[in-house]
Design a protein around this ligand. Structure first.
Ligand code: SF4
Length: 406
């Protein structure tokens, strides 16, 4: 790895959250008082892929520049992640650089700043600058997305943020850009490359928009909240009065006032109420998930919500596949002639056969040696639950990752 991305500081007004803070500047006031959050499994996976992608692109472009051989990937790298990273590398080379480095300046994982003092900066996956056939000085900003939900490229505030920031960096160096192309590479999609062009005028408009939001936060110091699509990834959902009020209004449930919470039986609801609930089901679910995440983070941060604790559920057994051949041999020795159908048969199927052949006690002992049992999912429960509470943040993080990968 060339760079540990997880150690970067998060900009208060960063590129990845620009959609939220430009629409809801008040979110900054909530977020600064939230307990520290553990990265979820999707965030950890994204960081890993970005680090592998950075190395793949860097090795490849170094090879193109001076002939240095491309090193073999480390055997420890997850094959699926490597595949995504190589696809990212190929799109950078073929579609962004058009298979040439001549007359181009570029950088990877660069910290681009609009205004350092106001915390307006972000780390961009890749940028390149060159002069077009129409003699325009063009910048290209590239954002790698590792999720499966399509991220739109048009009017994308994150891309606009990086486009403005790249132009600011170039201006600080005494030059300028006429236009900036924004590119999203999302390998999970059928069409993984999408781009949009920001003209100089459009960049001016975005520049004003970013500073207007920053001004309302830092100068006027007056929280202004607005509920919308951008709330989806807002870490303050669980404590945000505007958001819970919106949910209450939309669904007719008094969620913000637990003492008044009334959950009528479905058959007692009118058709109009049912329609409201069905229409806003995903917002409701998001809200409840964010309340649970918030309570988990409070527990990890040492300030649990009174009456709650985190516990570990039961994991599911799986074959210890590092020992595939050994397992097959061992099962054959115990009387199971065909334990595989290219992959091993289900654990329960084999176990039942073993019980018949060698008895329950020996079958259980044998299965314990042939299978592994990762930790189960971490859940937030009331503190009268008989399971012991989880202790440390690292245990929680490991358990969350393990249970997600099962
Ligand atoms: S949940 Fe929505 S309205 Fe509330 S602070 Fe976050 S972005 Fe703003």
């Amino acid at each position: 790895m060339t760079n540990d991305h997880s150690e970067r500081t998060h900009a208060p007004l960063g590129g990845s959250s620009a959609y939220r803070w430009t629409n809801c500047p008040g979110s900054i006031f909530y977020i600064k008082n939230l307990p520290p959050t553990l990265p979820g499994p999707a965030a950890i996976k994204g960081t890993d892929i970005h680090e592998i992608g950075e190395k793949c692109v860097k090795d490849f472009l170094t090879h193109k520049l001076d002939g240095t051989p491309i090193p073999e990937p480390s055997p420890d790298i997850d094959k699926d992640y490597l595949e995504v990273a190589l696809q990212y590398r190929d799109i950078i080379w073929q579609k962004v650089l058009r298979e040439s480095l001549t007359g181009k300046a570029f950088a990877l994982e660069d910290r681009l700043v609009i205004h350092d003092h106001l915390g307006m900066y972000g780390y961009l996956d890749f940028w390149v600058i060159y002069t077009t056939e129409r003699a325009k000085r063009r910048g290209v900003v590239v954002d790698l997305k590792t999720g499966v939900h399509p991220v739109p490229v048009d009017k994308n505030p994150q891309l606009a943020f990086y486009a403005v920031a790249l132009r600011e960096e170039i201006r600080r160096g005494g030059k300028d850009l006429d236009e900036v192309e924004g590119v999203i590479i999302q390998p999970a999609l059928e069409e993984p490359h999408a781009s949009t062009l920001f003209t100089g005028k459009q960049l001016d408009i975005w520049h004003k928009r970013f500073f207007k939001a920053a001004e309302s936060i830092f100068v006027r110091n007056k929280p202004k909240f607005a509920v919308g699509d951008w709330c989806k990834f807002c870490p303050a959902k669980a404590v945000c009065k505007a958001y819970s009020k919106e949910i209450n209004t939309k669904t007719s449930l008094a969620l913000a006032e637990p003492e008044e919470m009334t959950l009528p039986r479905p058959e007692m609801l009118s058709d109009e109420q049912i329609l409201k609930l069905v229409t806003h089901a995903s917002s409701l679910k998001d809200y409840i998930d964010s309340v649970i995440d918030y309570a988990k983070n409070r527990y990890v941060g040492g300030n649990p919500v009174a009456g709650t604790k985190l516990v570990q559920g039961n994991g599911r057994r799986k074959w210890d596949l590092h020992e595939f051949k050994g397992i097959v041999e061992c099962l054959k020795l115990n009387g199971i002639c065909e334990p595989t159908e290219e992959v091993l048969l289900g654990i329960t199927v084999i176990e039942k056969q073993l019980v018949r052949l060698i008895g329950k006690e020996r079958a259980t002992q044998l299965m314990d040696t042939l299978t592994t049992k990762p930790p189960g999912p971490v859940s937030l429960v009331l503190d009268n639950d008989p399971r012991p509470p989880l202790q440390s943040a690292m245990t929680l993080l490991d358990a969350a990752i393990e249970s997600e990968s099962n």
